[in-house]
Design a binder for this molecule. Structure first.
Ligand SMILES: O=C(O)C(=O)C[C@H](O)[C@H](O)COP(=O)(O)O
Length: 208
């Protein structure tokens, strides 16, 4: 799916769930539980051996846009593109990953946390980034400060975001959506508590 990362984040709004899935058998029911709660875009982190298979299952679910998260090496770009990911998310900003994503025409959401990072992103023509780790890197105050020198940047703040603090980020015009793992807690996923996950997704979706 060749579309811009801005379009993908706008589709995700208000919340992009960050998923850590250990069992490929959970991919379909988890996606369905999230869709029932109003979620349209997910980020499957490459933190588990099952992640690429989870992406392969989820990308065939109608109405769901699937990203690959925790991309930390350039070689992972072709693996996630091969698995059918619609976009890739990286916790930081690395030239080799940005080049690989551009070679594979894969929309990329790189993480930035400082003005220097924003300048590197600009050099690559990128103006839409993850703000990571949002809370630890200065939260809403830092995002507002970054928007002074970089007024046309847009963000998906991620890292320490919860139902409680999400509204303060979503109120900023430069925030397209927020990301977070709180919608799919490890204990609810382990218990295959699909109804509980739908409930958390509904609460998150209603932030928009
Ligand atoms: O794995 C990645 O690609 C990351 O960059 C980090 C994740 O987005 C955050 O770890 C999610 O943060 P929490 O919502 O606080 O759990």
């Amino acid at each position: 799916m060749a579309t811009s990362i801005e379009d993908i984040l706008q589709r995700a709004a208000p919340v992009l769930p960050v998923l850590v899935v250990n069992h490929v058998d959970d991919a379909q029911p988890l996606a369905e539980a999230l869709i029932a709660g109003g979620i349209r875009v997910v980020e499957v982190t490459l933190r588990t051996p099952a992640a690429l298979d989870v992406i392969r299952v989820m990308k065939d679910i109608p109405g769901l846009t699937v990203g690959a998260g925790t991309v930390v090496k350039p070689q992972q770009i072709h693996r996630v593109a091969d698995a059918g990911a619609d976009f890739a998310v990286s916790p930081g900003l690395a030239s080799d990953i940005m080049l690989a994503a551009s070679e594979w025409s894969l929309p990329l959401l790189p993480g930035i946390a400082t003005p220097t990072d924003a300048m590197h992103a600009l050099n690559f023509g990128l103006r839409c980034c993850k703000f990571f780790p949002a809370e630890a890197a200065g939260g809403v105050k830092m995002l507002k400060a970054l928007s002074g020198p970089f007024p046309d940047f847009t963000f998906c703040p991620t890292g320490g975001i919860s139902l409680a603090n999400a509204p303060s980020y979503l109120a900023l015009p430069q925030v397209l959506c927020v990301g977070g793992s709180w919608l799919v807690p490890a204990d609810k996923l382990a218990a295959r508590d699909w109804a509980g996950i739908t409930e958390l997704a509904k609460q998150a979706s209603s932030l928009g």
